[in-house]
Design a protein around this ligand. Sequence first.
Ligand SMILES: Nc1ncnc2c1ncn2[C@@H]1O[C@H](COP(=O)(O)OP(=O)(O)OP(=O)(O)O)[C@@H](O)[C@H]1O
Length: 278
Amino acid sequence: MTRSTAERAPAPVAADAAPRPQLQVSGVNKTYQARRGEVHALSDVNLTIGRGEFISLVGRSGCGKTTLLRILAGLLPPTSGVVEADGESIWRNGKRNDEAFKQFGLVFQDANLFPWYTVAENVSLPLKLRGMGKKARLARAGELCELVGLPGFENAYPRELSGGMRQRAAIARALSYDPTILLMDEPFGALDALTRDKMNLELQNIHAQAGATVVFVTHSIPEAVFLADRVVLLTPRPGRIRSVTPVSLARPRSLVTETSQEFQDVVRVLRSELDEED
Ligand SMILES: Nc1ncnc2c1ncn2[C@@H]1O[C@H](COP(=O)(O)OP(=O)(O)OP(=O)(O)O)[C@@H](O)[C@H]1O
């Protein structure tokens, strides 16, 4: 296992070298103006994310995970620094580049489904907003329900679904317009342990099929390691990248993977890094 600390933005590459990374975070800082004074939430964050890569973001409460994800998601401007998707800057002078954000899908801890819409209507809502006709978008919703493990629930209402099923519908909705980048903020944080295990297995399959790049925020180190190609550990006050740990466990991973020595070694290293902060 090779590891790097506080990854820096790479040097520019020649035109004929490897393709450009999908997401590039360079020198990002974020300071909030709070009543108790300034909060330096992120300090000099540098990260390069490849196409199709699965990145888990972990760290103690308050280390800036959500702040970083919200900056990537176009919901919060950085105080300084650059974020690029496919070489396009997604923030310009504090203003969002809406064109660049069309390729992003977002999933949060709360599924945020509209209770008066069926699953299919919720899942296909982004397609409606993009002007797709009803027949085509409901057909697409059917495919997505299949993909996320909700076949036969197209006409159910959110109140008829379990928490895990609602999160599946939220993932299907985020995938409806084929985003190339999926940003997920503790999507399974409110689920019980067994459902969470199941959702992790399914997310792995969805990621393999949809091929999107994923940035996944979690408090759970085992969950982070199970899902990720690389785990990014943030430390607080101010939030900065402490380490980037590649996870080379073979895919597809199963629950048996978690009993392997390699899995447990990676989890132990990350836990001990967190403990060093105490
Ligand atoms: N709107 C805000 N105004 C002022 N300070 C904020 C605001 N949002 C976050 N912060 C502060 O910025 C820091 C990073 O917060 P953030 O929510 O990004 O951390 P986190 O790692 O996602 O935490 P958690 O794991 O608890 O969700 C914290 O010190 C937090 O108090």
